[in-house]
Design a protein around this ligand. Structure first.
Ligand SMILES: Cc1cc2nc3c(=O)[nH]c(=O)nc-3n(C[C@H](O)[C@H](O)[C@H](O)COP(=O)(O)OP(=O)(O)OC[C@H]3O[C@@H](n4cnc5c(N)ncnc54)[C@H](O)[C@@H]3O)c2cc1C
Length: 314
């Protein structure tokens, strides 16, 4: 028996992948979505800033999305893609191999957090990264920002928009005098010294403890994590070009430099929110369908010519 040829295999069933699958399913394309089931915002109880879905649990959005795409005949596979060979042959950890005409990679991004006690446990709860996702919920509260990597000071200056009580913990950051002036001018208190741990009481963050034993009371701490594309090797393995930050380069529709391969959402842009990731998936789907239509027309003309080029009279 011949293997099913999917028009599109979507790798990753987060907001970007499911949004693409919805558009492609409605365009009557044969689509499979393979999802490993670990979306980036899973630790958060609520998803903010998505018009008409503000405050919805992240899992609720995905459950609704899966039901919608299934209604248009999209196949959903709970599995992990472990390789994609030219052609395209998509290998799943469970042993299946799917054949596809086009590929959309929407595998998201991995957040790299510093090894400070408490950081992993509080991630997405009161150890936060995105003020647009969580700033409103901690407005006017005592907030901390951890200095870890380039961009940490900008992060503190941004977070200041949500509270008058912001402390910048220098930690391992190499603070310049110009940055210190900026922080002080904006009323951000600078606390020197390495951070030893986040203090947690009754399942709530209550402070930041420094290596010298001082504890600075805080209700939330922001951090700018490092970002690495998830399963980025699938894209580079197909020959897609990447930028200096290691993210694949795409055009406005998410088309990569490799024939037939698109990428959308956080795997391309770690700053993309849920709504913009979903929008990128939708834009990619429309471009992929257009590309398939073009190929369908070329094949039809070849078949038509091979058959002697006889037009059937209307
Ligand atoms: C703690 C936290 C809170 C956040 N809160 C908000 C918020 O309130 N509002 C907001 O707009 N944004 C929020 N974000 C950002 C949001 O998570 C992203 O914008 C969004 O998840 C990006 O969608 P995506 O589809 O690109 O990736 P993801 O949602 O991460 O989905 C990618 C999917 O691909 C799967 N996958 C990865 N590799 C493979 C593979 N090899 N094979 C098969 N599947 C694979 C993953 O398991 C995952 O299910 C938050 C982020 C974090 C970390």
């Amino acid at each position: 028996m011949e293997a099913t040829v999917y028009d599109v295999v979507v790798v990753g069933g987060g907001p970007a992948g499911l949004s693409a699958a919805l558009v492609l399913g409605r365009a009557r394309r044969r689509v499979a979505v393979v999802d490993a089931g670990a979306p980036r915002n899973a630790p958060a109880a609520h998803m903010q800033g998505f018009l008409s879905r503000d405050g919805m649990p992240p899992a609720g959005l995905l459950a609704a999305g899966r039901a919608e795409v299934a209604g248009y005949g999209v196949e959903l596979a709970e599995d992990q893609v472990v390789g994609i060979e030219a052609g395209f042959f998509v290998r799943l950890a469970g042993g299946r191999v799917l054949k596809a005409r086009r590929i959309l990679v929407a595998t998201g991004v991995r957040d790299e957090l510093p090894e400070i006690p408490g950081v992993r446990q509080r991630w997405g709860r009161d150890l936060l990264h995105c003020p647009y996702c969580h700033g409103w919920e901690v407005r006017d509260k005592p907030i901390g920002v951890l200095g870890t990597q380039p961009g940490s000071v900008q992060h503190a200056l941004l977070v200041r928009q949500w509270s008058d009580d912001v402390v910048f913990f220098v930690h391992t950051y190499d603070l310049t005098s110009a940055e210190r002036v900026q922080l002080e001018a904006r009323g951000v208190r600078v606390v020197s010294g390495e951070v030893a741990r986040l203090v947690v009481e009754a399942d709530r963050l209550t402070g930041v403890e420094l290596a010298d034993g001082r504890v600075i009371p805080r209700t939330a701490v922001f951090i700018r994590p490092g970002n690495v594309p998830q399963a980025g090797g699938l894209l580079t393995g197909l020959g897609c070009e990447v930028n200096e930050a290691g993210f694949v380069t795409v055009d406005a529709t998410g088309r990569t430099s490799a024939f037939g391969v698109w990428a959308a959402g956080n795997v391309v842009d770690p700053r993309a929110q849920v709504i913009t990731s979903a929008g990128a998936g939708s834009a990619a789907a429309i471009a992929i369908n257009a590309d398939l239509v073009q190929e369908d027309v070329e094949r039809a003309v070849e078949d038509h010519d091979a058959a002697g080029g006889v037009f059937s009279a209307a």
